[in-house]
Design a protein around this ligand. Structure first.
Ligand code: P6P
Length: 301
């Protein structure tokens, strides 16, 4: 079944179905094409975090901004690559937040990378929480180009076919309560954080399988498709709130994960319950199998 048809059959509101079933997929097809044509050349610019931007970062951002502006559905958009949110159309129904090319530096070593999207009703997401999202999605640019999407009726995977249409491949993804895999990000924190070192050693002792690529999107996609696992990116002295952004990365992933029966936390608070206070705020994140997240919260607290 085609993506748009699936969303319409699931009773998704018409404009949201168009946004998630046509507009965002169109940006993913264009970004996938761009990746195929380019390498990891630098753009000669830096993003708001002072990170060197690749030409691909800039191009992917422009592709998403352009399609969202043309859609007529968007009141405002915010990108990890842009310092400020962009007001688009006062009568627009949604605010779309996105990381247009997450892990772009991995393109250079031919690893899978991704795009992440979160959709809020109305305007400014500041003051809201991740629970206010009405939809979320991530694209994986790997051996296949896929989209994993939720409109709060479960989490489902779609794969891009030659005719530039996305077709349903996995309906109602489920993440089991216990982990057999682990993706321990920011391991440098374990050099000073005894608690994190003990957690990772516990997983090693319990024989969990390591699956970590350095790309949040493929690393989380592994958990969704294997049906279990834990991804962690804690803070430490040099970055108390870690590296990953609440709005552009963690909230969309947390919604997709909860819709698949998993959980996510910053170590104390459920990710989707955290107040959004600024566009580029960061948060530690522990996300995946529910019992593992609960164990981490009990352990770290
Ligand atoms: P580190 C990629 O740059 C990213 O934003 C995420 O995709 C990934 O999980 C994380 O950073 C990796 O961070 O510190 O291991 O390079």
């Amino acid at each position: 079944m085609k993506l748009l048809e699936f969303l319409q059959k699931s009773g998704c509101e018409a404009n949201l179905a168009r946004l998630m079933g046509e507009i965002i997929p169109r940006t993913v097809v264009k970004i996938s094409d761009a990746i195929g044509k380019q390498g990891g050349e630098l753009a000669g610019s830096e993003n708001v975090y002072g990170e060197k931007q690749l030409a691909l970062d800039v191009q992917a951002n422009e592709i998403v901004v352009d399609e969202l502006k043309k859609s007529g559905l968007v009141e405002r958009l915010a990108s990890e690559e842009l310092e400020e949110a962009v007001a688009v159309k006062s009568s627009g129904q949604f605010t779309v937040v996105f990381d247009p090319l997450d892990g772009s530096s991995l393109v250079d070593v031919n690893f899978a990378v991704g795009s992440i999207f979160g959709v809020y009703p109305g305007g400014n997401p500041i003051g809201k929480t991740g629970d206010d999202q009405v939809a979320a999605a991530f694209a994986v640019y790997g051996p296949h180009t896929t989209l994993v999407i939720t409109t709060k009726k479960g989490t489902h995977e779609f794969r891009l076919a030659d005719n530039e249409e996305f077709y349903l491949t996995r309906e109602n993804l489920r993440v089991a309560e216990d982990s057999k895999h682990f993706a321990p990000g920011n391991l440098r924190a374990a050099a000073e954080r005894e608690d994190y070192l003990k957690l990772v050693n516990e997983w090693i002792k319990n024989g969990l399988t390591l699956r970590y690529s350095g790309g949040m999107v493929p690393d989380l996609n592994h958990i969704f498709l294997k049906g279990n696992g834990i991804f962690t990116y804690p803070g430490y002295s040099k970055a108390p709130d870690g590296k990953l952004r609440l709005l552009f990365e963690c909230n969309p992933m947390a919604l997709l994960m909860e819709q698949a029966g998993g959980a996510s936390s910053d170590g104390k608070t459920r990710i989707l319950a955290k107040k959004i206070t600024e566009l580029h705020q960061r948060t530690p994140i522990y996300i995946g199998s529910k019992k593992t997240v609960e164990q981490i919260e009990n352990y770290l607290s």
